[in-house]
Design a protein around this ligand. Structure first.
Ligand SMILES: Cc1ncc(COP(=O)(O)O)c(C=O)c1O
Length: 454
């Protein structure tokens, strides 16, 4: 009989995270201080993050123990299922075997909870009482709201305005879990007021919301900032996805030929990809594909250099692919993929040729998402549909070449809170958007200070 779900026992859930820095062929360049341009020291970050997370951010230790209280909360929904997508394969008439690692089963509905619970735990351990953060699509804000509730922390969320307006239910989820959520740019911070004065109709961006949340954190007592993607420790916490997937494939007795994830700031992609990248670095024949939107093509069309993580230039300069920190992406429905930069770890691995990046138009991604919903039943998050579109391309290539290959992708979240995007797509109101080169050139020119990396 065909096996649909591959489930691990709770005993098999990984007890350590994997830190790819221990295996990278090119060692990471350090973040630079925004004022001096010199490599930052741990002390420079102390007002923004708790010391234990700063330590983790800088660690090159290969395996890092997951603390017991984090394991307990992860076990409420992990290990997550690996599902074979027979109906989707059939619809595509492909000889490829398609596997979906389902990260939509956490209470808030995405992979973001994997790091939210860890970050809330470390903040609590360090004696922090309140966290400020940004959120794009609302998946991160709601994940952190629940995690803060579990560990008794207050939370304020700055939610990118376009998502705040498109997704009122995400705000209600955050409130139900005890957090405060405002649209960004807001009147609550100097950074927000400045943007509102200059661009009252702006759809907002993650870079603006990050500026607001960082300002809030450094100006409020007992408060620290938390980021849902991009940083090394966030990617580290997500590696539980790929580590479980490896165990599931081992039980199946096969290994994936292609591993796919969508990439906004890079965390769910890193989560599924890094354990397989370790194998690739040691000689395994596996392709690793990151899918991003053509409207925000950081990896495929950005430049590799030092840039700020936020709009106002208050964060350290990070070595990454970027479209320039002043870049404000079009208001596409995949709010979680609207970020000007990319995780430094993912950027370096792409630069080194270990990761392939591809970009997907909005209509292609929704077409793939709707096909998935109509064949497999689950409605994917708009971000996730980018990964599904990349899987469709791989499956079609397998059909043309007549090769049977194993494709696995990270199903990063469900789309039940994102139905307005489906409404626009099914009503014929969505269009493709390819970023003109002139806009990329302008954003990078406006960046000014960015030291290039050769
Ligand atoms: C469901 C989902 N997938 C993917 C992403 C993109 O983020 P990242 O690249 O950090 O995984 C988001 C971000 O909000 C998301 O909500």
């Amino acid at each position: 009989m065909a096996a649909y779900k591959h489930i691990l026992s709770e005993r098999d859930m990984p007890r350590k995270w994997y830190n790819i820095q221990a295996d990278m062929p090119t060692p990471m360049r350090p973040p630079l201080h925004p004022g001096t341009g010199q490599p930052i020291a741990a002390a420079d970050l102390e007002r923004v993050f708790p010391g234990n997370l700063i330590e983790q951010e800088m660690s090159t230790q290969r395996w890092i123990d997951i603390p017991e209280p984090v394991i307990e909360r992860l076990l409420t929904f992990r290990p997550t299922p690996l599902r074979r997508a027979y109906a989707f394969e059939k619809a595509l008439k492909t000889p490829a075997k398609i596997y979906c690692k389902d990260e939509s089963v956490s209470p808030p509905g995405s992979h973001k909870f994997n790091t939210a619970i860890a970050q809330a735990f470390y903040n609590k351990e360090f004696g922090i009482k309140r966290i400020a953060t940004e959120t794009g699509a609302g998946q991160w804000g709601s994940s952190l709201a629940l995690a803060c509730q579990f560990f008794g922390l207050e939370l304020k969320v700055y939610m990118v305005r376009v998502s705040f307006e498109q997704k009122p239910f995400r705000k209600l989820m955050m409130q139900a879990w005890g957090a405060k959520c405002v649209g960004s740019p807001s009147q609550d911070t100097a950074a927000g007021r400045k943007v509102l004065a200059e661009m009252p109709d702006t759809p907002g961006s993650l870079a603006i919301a990050i500026s607001e949340a960082v300002e809030d954190a450094v100006t409020t007592p007992d408060t620290r900032y938390a980021l849902g993607s991009v940083l090394n420790h966030v990617l580290l916490h997500q590696t539980i996805i790929g580590l479980e997937t490896q165990k599931q494939f081992k039980k199946l007795g096969v290994s994936p030929d292609v591993v796919v994830g969508c990439a906004g700031g890079g965390s769910n992609f890193a989560g599924i990809a890094f354990p397989f990248l370790r194998e690739k670095i040691h000689g395994a024949n596996v392709r690793i594909v990151a899918a991003e939107p053509t409207a925000c093509p950081t990896l495929t069309r950005g430049v590799f250099g030092y840039d700020f993580g936020d709009l106002s230039g208050s964060t350290p300069l990070l070595p990454m692919y970027t479209l320039g920190h002043k870049f404000i992406p079009a208001a596409l429905h995949a709010g979680g993929l609207r970020y000007h930069g990319m995780a430094p770890l993912v950027s370096q691995l792409t630069k080194d040729g270990l990761v392939e990046a591809t970009s997907v138009q909005q209509l292609e991604s929704y077409a793939a998402g709707v096909l998935w919903a109509r064949t497999e039943g689950f409605i994917p998050a708009p971000e996730t549909t980018h990964a599904i579109a990349a899987v469709v391309r791989e499956a079609e290539r397998a059909r043309e070449e007549g090769v049977e290959k194993n494709i696995v992708f990270c199903y990063s979240g469900h789309g039940i809170m994102d139905l307005s995007g489906y409404d626009a797509y099914l009503g014929g109101r969505l269009t493709n958007y390819e970023l003109p080169q002139s806009e990329i050139d302008r954003a990078i020119h406006d960046n000014g200070k960015m030291p290039p990396i050769n």
